[in-house]
Design a protein around this ligand. Structure first.
Ligand code: GLA
Length: 413
């Protein structure tokens, strides 16, 4: 189904509901966005500051209280899983085999975490969902968890005023129930996203500030190139290994007396050089991971200054350098992601390109001058099927706008 705007989404939700005999007449619809990270990719679990935007690929969820204690969900993206149905507070155990491969682990996980964290749901809901966020790179899972949390609370008349608490809950759903070792980047960048602005998060005081792109910036586009590959959950990918390696490197440096707690604490060049010299003969791979975080964190502040100044060329150039670091130092990219990067790098007007998000598979992205966006798509359409014939009928190119993260629609169904 090719849903590209809200109206089409509402119509499609109605059609899905009618097919399944679910009543959503008069239901609310909550729309949650995807996100595009401008830095520091893989910095969240290493303690760095973060910057990103909400993008216009979404999950739409229609829901209304059904007057019972039963939750009922149908996802148009996973029709084979059928209608997911359970009683409030009665879900399978976290990370159990029966939930491992079904999207139902998300509504189960939300119900489980809300109960554990002391929220009392009193109303079952009937809900129908559909999303057009590609898997791997644009935070589909965080978008879904946030949407479910806010909507399930709302149906029981509960509003969690503290948005950062909602972020924490959404991460708990993934970390504790699903078993994905994700950080908080995705949830923050969606929960707080504002149209036309970048979101800057500082872990030191958990603060959010909005940074508009400086005046005079050349008109640019964010293009996401979905490779058509399927990326399994982060718990099943290189991501988990990299997280462990970073923790190992930080612990070794701490034990050796370098006075750090996490890799983001290495801001000073002399300190970086000392740690590198101390460990590189024995633990070169760990030093490489540290090198990526150290350099990407340095570039982050240059990127932020460039964004504020409207210097989108420099933002793009740093995006490119980050991509090379993610490929060669962090070693978290994948062959199809790099094919996409190699293709778009050849297009005049492309300012920077790299893999996105968790890594291995999924989507890559680029920043391009607006008038080159069509040429980017044309280059991918020509070269990608030649390079990766197995994915010739699976890849997609998405040109994205910067949008609000969470939006509620009433009186649309
Ligand atoms: C995934 C995770 C995030 C973050 C990114 C990489 O999207 O869910 O927490 O670590 O990868 O920046």
């Amino acid at each position: 189904m090719n849903v590209t705007n809200d109206q089409q989404a509402f119509e499609y939700l109605k059609q899905l509901a009618a097919d399944k005999g679910i009543d959503i007449a008069g239901a609310k619809v909550r729309r949650s966005s995807s996100r595009f990270c401008l830095g520091v990719e893989h910095g969240d679990y290493n303690g760095t500051e973060l910057f990103g935007v909400g993008t216009d690929r979404f999950i739409w969820m229609a829901y209304k209280p059904n007057g019972t204690n039963k939750m009922r969900f149908f996802s148009g993206n996973f029709p084979d899983d059928g209608v997911v149905e359970f009683e409030i507070g009665n879900t399978p155990e976290p990370q159990s085999a029966e939930v491992y491969d079904t999207w139902a682990r998300f509504p189960y996980g939300v119900d489980y975490i809300l109960k554990r964290e002391g929220y009392t749901l009193t109303q079952g809901i009937d809900a129908v969902l559909y999303g057009n966020i590609p898997g791997g790179g644009m935070s589909r899972s965080a978008s879904l968890a946030l949407n479910l949390i806010i909507s399930m609370l709302d149906a029981s008349g509960i509003v969690e005023e503290d948005d950062m608490k909602v972020v924490d809950l959404a991460q708990m759903v993934e970390n504790d129930y699903i078993g994905s070792p994700c950080g908080k980047l995705d949830q923050i960048m969606i929960m707080f996203a504002k149209e036309g602005k970048g979101t800057h998060y500082k872990p030191a005081d958990r603060s959010i500030s909005y940074v508009p792109l400086g005046d005079g910036a050349r008109d640019f586009r964010i293009v996401v190139m979905d490779t058509g590959t399927v990326r399994p959950g982060l718990e099943k990918s290189t991501y988990k290994i990299r997280r462990t390696e970073c923790e190992e490197m930080a612990a070794k440096a701490k034990d050796a007396g370098f006075g750090i707690e996490c890799l983001a604490d290495i801001k000073d060049e002399a300190l970086y050089e000392k740690i590198k010299a101390h460990f590189e003969s024995e633990f070169l791979h760990l030093v490489d991971r540290m090198t990526y975080i150290y350099k990407a964190q340095k570039r982050f502040y240059e990127m932020l200054d460039a964004w504020k100044a409207g210097d989108i060329e420099t933002v793009g150039n740093i995006f490119r350098q980050d991509g090379i670091g993610l490929r060669d130092e962090y070693v978290i990219s994948g062959p199809e992601l790099e094919s996409m990067c190699d293709i778009v790098r050849t297009v005049d007007g492309v300012l920077g390109e790299r893999m996105l998000g968790g890594g291995d598979k999924g989507a890559a992205g680029c920043l391009t001058l607006a008038d080159a966006a069509d040429a980017v798509k044309a280059a991918v359409d020509t070269a990608y099927p030649r390079s990766r014939p197995d994915f010739a009928d699976k890849y997609a190119v998405h040109t994205c706008k910067v949008v609000d993260g969470i939006v509620l629609f009433e009186d649309v169904l």
